[in-house]
Design a binder for this molecule. Structure first.
Ligand code: B12
Ligand code: SF4
Length: 463
């Protein structure tokens, strides 16, 4: 039995367009979901994982599979449907799963043979067995998996062309920010994989550099942080010789021992969601966690960097409080915090989030011709109507933010500071050049976007 597991390309996400920009090679990540499905698949299946972000293969010349599994974020949904149509025309059954299939079940049901909602660990073996017997059900619901049932991912099944490997050590997030799908999809309970499993899997990752995909590697409670410390101790003891980056909330800066252990275990960078330069903005996004303890963000960032860990910060443009000038303000605040890299996104109502419900009820979702418009749900396009920012205005804010933060003098200043602080500036430089060289690509993409979808913004938000 032959199984293809396919990660559809996402043509509008500039970070995956590494053929157009060589620095983007460092920002293309492995589709871990498919490697986990492969880990759950019994040996009688011959598995091929196809990541279209490395190039779309010539499917007609490939051997005919018995089953196709497709994953998709919302932004990949259209391409996922094209892939599904191709294989269904050949009479090959197609199963789709992942976040988009879970949040937009009815839409997906119309376009594939079978849908898996939720986490797949409990149901995937059954799906395969039913497919083998030609009795696929229309829907399987995996709900939330027992974390100990997450298998070792098959890191051997993808080519060695990625700069980073990928691994997951926890699932779920209790914080439920308004714009984020994680709590709706993975639940509010913070579930931690057994440490020996994680260490064993780390050893099987081929790449020297690894992305830990957890939404918050250290969690929020003292017990979570104690577990993170145990994990880092075990990783250091296993002498993995890996360097890794992870997402974490800013509270990771509060514990020197935690930072020291993380660095010893190979941590080289953390991705932190700052989201808004104003407390009012954090309240609007439900990110109250960042407001705790009257935090001094600059001091927190510096504490992390002292352990030779880079800090990449994420901010959002398009909040109800964001007025013209927000782009420059974010760039300035990010520079004041001392961030090594800045990632700015548009406030995007992703299906299944609280933000989606609110913006939909206020008729503020401008790009709503689905499924075609899903391709713009990359967080890099202004798909909604913002309170004080027009379409042109919001794009202008994004461009001026990136131009300001990634200007030559600011990059040089950051490199000098890194050297002065005796940190390794190379990874930071690659990140800076990657973001900076995407600015012209983004400008072109926004011009196309305005031509194709500009008419949807002919009225300003009614709020
Ligand atoms: C790592 C990550 C990335 C990485 C790597 C992506 C990749 N190639 O895998 C990078 C940085 C590239 C990235 C980029 C983006 N991401 Co991202 N990312 C994540 C993150 C943190 C973890 C994903 C992951 O690997 N999880 C671990 C695996 C094991 O879980 P899983 O994918 O859910 O898979 C399980 C089930 O869903 C199911 N399943 C999945 N696929 C399939 C397929 C079949 C056939 C079956 C049966 C089951 C099944 O089984 C798996 C095992 O249980 C998630 C948050 C999250 N917790 O999911 C956000 C998340 C997926 N990203 C998100 C977004 C919006 C994006 C971007 C569009 C925007 C951006 N700028 O960040 C881009 C677009 C990339 C693209 N290719 O189009 C959103 C997606 C929401 C949505 N509705 O689409 C999420 C949920 C975060 C959020 N804020 O809400 N991302
Ligand atoms: S943005 Fe981060 S902290 Fe907020 S719900 Fe999502 S994963 Fe949790």
């Amino acid at each position: 039995m032959r199984l293809y597991l396919i990660n559809p390309s996402s043509p509008l996400v500039s970070i995956v367009k590494f053929s157009e920009n060589r620095w983007n090679r460092y920002r293309v990540w492995k589709p871990l979901s498919l490697m986990i499905l492969a880990g759950l698949t019994p040996p009688e299946w011959e598995i091929s994982i196809v990541d279209e972000n490395l190039g779309v293969p010539d499917y007609p010349v490939m051997p005919r599979p018995d089953l196709v599994g497709v994953t998709a974020f919302t932004s990949q949904a259209n391409r996922a449907y094209e892939v599904a149509t191709h294989f269904r025309r050949l009479g090959v059954p197609v199963v789709m799963g992942g976040i988009h299939a879970t949040m937009c079940l009815d839409e997906v049901m119309e376009r594939v043979d079978s849908v898996v909602t939720g986490e797949a660990e409990t149901v995937w073996p059954q799906v395969l067995e039913d497919a083998r017997r030609g009795r696929l059900k229309r829907r399987y619901d995996g709900g939330l998996a027992e974390i100990k049932d997450v298998p070792l991912a098959r890191h051997d099944l993808l080519p060695a062309r990625y700069a980073f490997g990928a691994i997951q050590t926890t699932r779920g997030c209790p914080l439920n920010c308004t714009f984020c799908s994680v709590t709706a999809f993975n639940g509010s309970k913070y579930r931690q994989r057994p440490i020996p499993d994680v260490v064993r899997e780390f050893k099987s990752v081929r790449e020297k550099h690894v992305l830990v995909v957890d939404d918050n590697l250290i969690g929020t409670r003292p017990s979570h942080i104690a577990r993170a410390k145990d994990l880092f101790r075990a990783m250091a003891q296993a002498n993995l010789r890996k360097e890794w980056v992870a997402q974490a909330t800013i509270n990771c800066a509060d514990d020197e021992e935690l930072l020291a252990l993380a660095a010893k275990a190979g941590c080289r960078g953390v991705f932190v969601g700052f989201e808004s330069p104003a407390p009012q903005g954090l309240l609007e996004l439900g990110k109250k966690f960042n407001l705790l303890k009257g935090r001094d963000f600059r001091a927190s960032v510096r504490r992390i960097q002292r352990h030779n860990i880079l800090v990449v910060g994420s901010f959002i443009i398009g909040l109800d409080m964001d007025e013209p000038g927000i782009g420059t303000r974010i760039a300035e605040v990010a520079s004041q915090y001392g961030l090594d890299n800045l990632n700015v996104l548009f406030l995007t109502p992703l299906p299944g989030t609280r933000l989606w419900d609110r913006m939909k009820s206020e008729d503020r979702i401008a790009l709503n011709a689905f499924p075609e418009d899903w391709k713009y749900y990359t967080l890099t396009y202004p798909v909604a109507r913002y309170k004080y920012l027009s379409l042109d205005g919001s794009i202008q804010e994004m461009i001026s933010c990136n131009r300001n933060f990634y200007s030559t003098p600011r990059i040089l200043r950051r490199m000098c500071t890194s050297l002065w602080q005796q940190r390794e500036p190379l990874i930071s430089l690659v990140g800076n050049l990657s973001y900076r060289s995407n600015i012209p690509l983004d400008c072109k993409a926004y011009a196309d976007f305005k031509r194709q979808r500009g008419d949807r913004y002919d009225r300003v938000s009614g709020v």
